[in-house]
Each structure stands twice: as structure tokens, then as C-alpha cells.
Design a protein around this ligand. Sequence first.
Ligand code: ATP
Length: 348
Amino acid sequence: MASHAIEVKNLYKIFGPRGEDYVKLVEKGMGKAELNEKHGHVLGLQDINISMPGGCITVVMGLSGSGKSTLIRHINRLIDPTAGEVLYDGVDVCKMNENDLRSFRRHKTAMVFQKFALLPHRTVLENTIYGLEIQGIDRRESEKRALGWIDRVGLQGFEKHYPNQLSGGMQQRVGLARALTNDADILLMDEAYSALDPLIRVDMQSVLLELQKELKKTVVFITHDLDEALRLGDKIAILRDGHVVQQGTGQEIVLSPADDYITAFVQEVNRGRVINVETIMRPLSGNPEGLSLAAGTVLETAARTMTGAHISNAHVVDANGRPIGAIDLQMIISAMVTPVKHTDLQAA
Ligand SMILES: Nc1ncnc2c1ncn2[C@@H]1O[C@H](COP(=O)(O)OP(=O)(O)OP(=O)(O)O)[C@@H](O)[C@H]1O
């Protein structure tokens, strides 16, 4: 069975008329600044290798100009690569002929944009139905589907409203309903929530997570916000100057940042709300002691539960209630405190 995974392999994008000529130089170590200075070409992406598992949310994050948008646009080939492959279910999107590409874009991918991209003169229903209309789907069928999604994103009662009658969060819900209506396996979300107020943004993250539990789409979500990445990402890839600096789960990145760039990103993170008990537990030796904590419990909750019960030992149990490890308050507190960097000590 197809996994609906996306594999990005050895992907390069060098902007400029003769990008291909410079791949070798970049492979040999020429960086973005030098390529621009000496050859007037812009290094957009450099040797990107990311597996985006089917049915999971992969977050691509990085500062402005790091290559996030360039990368996501390769997935539906709005941008052609200079070298490399983007495989979907094993087929290279970069080698598809025009017909296959059109069909892939229309049926397999849907995009949600930061600026909503809603048509102002169309109602919520008409906006949601738009993609189906283009596909020539029967009006009654497409209306039924669109109304179902409008309902699922919490906009029932607003079907006849126009975009300018809706708040930003509601407009983004329309964007999401429209994207879901065409039943694509891949959902591409480019800074989709970045323009929203913080509370609405968290609200929209919850909507996505709730829907994803059931829909299991292959979501590629671009953001420059680490909290958002940690909340949404089953997997996170962090870009800098067009290359991947680190990829892994949020826990892996917060616990072992690959370099100073990532350390700076993760420094402000509330580790107690990100790291799970099973990430730091030690193997059981002997009978399970103290409180029982479910795997998936974050450290902050574990600490609160243990201190509330005046018990400093606990064991972690899996979904079947089987003990899988042991933990104590000291381990929890150590993991919650950001490690002091060597350079900080020297500066002190
Ligand atoms: N069409 C283009 N021509 C030349 N250079 C480009 C083009 N598109 C992007 N770039 C350059 O490629 C690099 C990556 O840009 P990209 O827009 O992918 O970054 P980003 O991480 O999405 O940034 P932002 O968060 O600001 O959108 C930047 O240096 C950018 O200037």
C-alpha cells in the first residue's frame, strides 16, 4: 500500500540563469555569500535530504531567507530544482510530464496560505467549493462535500458570509476547509497561521491537530515559530542558509540541539511542556516504585503530580499499563533546566 510519504533527496536550488553550472562548486563547499559575490547566483537550497512520513506533520522551520518557501514549492513543483529529487510514493515529482503534474497538483496536493487567498466576491461556501468546481464535479456533490468541511472547521452558519465579514481566524478556517474539500493526501501549509493573533493561532493549531488525528494527511507545515513547530510537528527540520541544520522530533531537537544556531532557537522553550517522561526515564530495576505516570506525560505535569502527592519516585507505564521505566523528581528538574552553555560560563 502507498505510504503517501514524501522523500526529498539531494535537492539543490540555485537561482540564476546558470544554476546547474554551480552545483559542483556548492558541493565542494562554496557557501551562499561566496556564490552570490563571485557568480551572482543565489543559493536557495543545498543538498536537502528530508523524509516526510506519510500521515504525519513535518514542520520546516528557519529564519527569514533560510529557504522554507523554496522547499515547500518544490513539493508541488511550483519551482523546478537545479538538482535532486522529490519523491511522492516513490515517483519523482520533478520528472512528471505536464499531464501527470497537473493531475498530481489537483488531486494529491492542497495548499493553505498565510494571506488566506480567498476570493472576496465569493461566499464562504463558494470559496470552499472553488477547487471542486474547477475539477468539474457535480454541483450537488461538491456542495455536500463543502458543507461537510465547513461544518468540520467550525463555520456552520457562516456559509453565506463574505470573507470581509469574517475575522482572520475564520478566514483561515475557510482556507482550511477549501484545502480539505479536494480530499488531497498532501496538505502544504506555508506560514498558514503566521498572520493570526497569538490566541487565534493556538486555536487554529488545535483545529489542525484535531482534524489530523482522523485525517492522517501528509502535512508539510512551514513556520518560523518554534512553539508552533513543537506543538504541531511529528518531525521538525530546521533550515539555515538553504541547508538542513538539524531534523528530528521536537524532543530530540530541544534535548540535543545540534549547534549554537539551534541552541539559540530552543533556549526560550519551556522544556517542561515539551519533553515527555519516557524521553528521560531510566530502565526499571526491580519492581516499579512510586506514582504511575502515563507515557506521553510532559515533565511539567509529572513534576506537579509528584510534588502534589509528596512522592519523589514514579514509574512510567505504556498504553497497556505496563511499566516501561522509572523516573524521579531530580531527573525531571535537571531535564527542565536549560543546560548552561560553556560560552555563557566563560562570559560570566
Ligand atoms: N525567485 C528567486 N530569485 C532569486 N532568489 C530567490 C528567489 N526566491 C527565493 N530566493 C532566495 O532564496 C533564499 C531562500 O528564500 P525563501 O523565500 O525560500 O526563504 P524563506 O525561509 O521562505 O524566507 P521567508 O520566511 O522570509 O519567506 C533567499 O536568499 C531568497 O532571497
